[in-house]
Design a protein around this ligand. Sequence first.
Ligand code: BES
Ligand code: ZN
Length: 621
Amino acid sequence: MRLLPALALGALVLPLAAHANDPHSYAQPEQVVVTHLGLDLKLDFPHRQLDGVATLKLDWKNPKAPALVLDTRELKIASVDAVDANGKTRALKYALAPADKELGSKLTIEAPQHPAQVRIAYVTSPDASGLQWLPPAQTADKQAPFMFSQSESIHARSWVPLQDSPAVRFTYDAHVTAPKNLRVVMSAPNDAKHPLDGDFHFDQPHPIPSYLLAIAAGDIAVKETGPRSAVYAEPSVVDGATREFADTEKMIATAESLYGPYRWGRYDLLVLPPSFPYGGMENPNMTFATPTIIVGDKSLVSVISHELAHSWSGNLVTNAAWRDGWLNEGFTTYVQGRLTEALYGQRQADEETLLAIRALQKKIGQMPANAQKLAPDPRGVDADDALSDVAYDKGSWFLRALEQRFGRKDFDSWLKGYFDRHAWHSITTEQMLADLKPNLIDKYPGKMRWDEVQVWVYGTGIPKDAPTPDSPRFDAIDKQRAAFLAGTLPAAKLDAKDWNTQEWMYFLDRLPDAPTLAQAQAIDAAWHLTGTHNAEIGMRWYVHAIAAGDKAVWPAAAEHMTRIGRLYLTLPVYGAFAKTPAGLAYAEQVYAKAKDGYHPLTQQAVERLFAKAKAKQAAAR
Ligand code: BES
Ligand code: ZN
């Protein structure tokens, strides 16, 4: 632990502690901070690269600082110049260190005279970890190429040289050129009426951390969902997406009624091609979202509630380092639940909560002790792994426990105040606790002891008295599943005709890891899950059917894996195949064909999974 809990208790604020303590960045913000980024980018589709010029405005903190240290990954640096107040440039000496696999290459720019700005000309790699370049064939409409970024957690450095730590916040403006007829969008206010003339300007007036830098370009149509929200998507996708996300304005208004004004202006949604590696990404002013949540019945729109919630938890009040990721994801998952409850009712919210906490309960005991903590010891944590289910689901559970003890009224008023007090700042877990103690725990004595808070934040596992919602419908499903498995209820007699998406997910989640072949076949014969277009159901079904040895599902599973690059929906199916030598061989064939359509992160994840499975099978032989 960086700070012992006992020490954290007394500390009111921890100035600069965050800056010096991000193990995932080479930057030295205690020496100098970037306050504004000016970007000039050319989108070069044929070469799958960005030609970039980044101008960084600097605030020198240490009068003796010899250098500006930046994060980069696979960037080709063409030139580095100091820029004076009159715009005159002067070349600076710089050194690009050999690449570290996880962190990339440290760029050290000698600048003992502390220029107000530094300008870097560079080119990205065609394999930049934070970008995906799609040829027309890999888009929905197959007419034009598409490109998009995914910067969280530490991939912004693969397309812009910068201080890639969430502790550093900067405003940005950008000039982007692209082929005519393509639309370019960024994580800044977007103009739906912008001419598609290949020349775009953006201005993000609020200070954001680097992981919220985002860009996308393609054949993108726009349709309004409200006075300050629209859906951006490929032309063939935009109508369905607009119907699915029709409640966006209501969501924003609900969040505002709970946590104060939406401070960013517009809130638009961009639907990405299916290779987008996540469900959603909370890029400011424009959430990026997977098309897999468009299922026709709004049953998966809590992903949008989640990304919108980040406009308060995460984008406004930001984790200072990835070790504090639960401040982003746990708080957001809590707010997501509140929005779901307000818009779609208590039953929907409780079912979504139960799905998450049952899954966490199943997993958490098998995790290493450090990974079970909301605020883990940061050493040896990969930035992309730092945000596990613990950050999301134990984090939100802690907030629900606080809500239950203090009552909704007082808890809500603390949370709204917390967002206000730390707005536009990046904070550590200890700074959050230093806010919680006087403003909630000590203010209403006798509701929750401080040592209980400490157990939630620094302890392993889940506290025994953690509040769990009731769900009579889930209880009924537990009974039916048990009867089916005992052989007393045939699959066709399951009362599943009216099960919603979450109820199917719950039924499948709690099947035995490997049902018998007869059980799998009976479920599929009665309910035709193979080939479903709801990928949340599909993923769970294929994992179980493959484990049951039901080879009849293999081609449909392969289609699912090829079509969808979202890690959470695709990787488990690879994992199910990789458990047997024959399955692994099949999955490798599927991957060979699917690979070119996958995002670099998905490629890396599948290849790691194969390597592990092979090592395991070799050891067993
Ligand atoms: N910020 C995350 C996505 C993320 C996390 C990207 C860590 C890179 C590293 C986003 O807000 C998120 O949590 N998305 C979820 C959806 C949500 C409803 C749980 C996802 O992508 O599945
Ligand atoms: Zn999130």
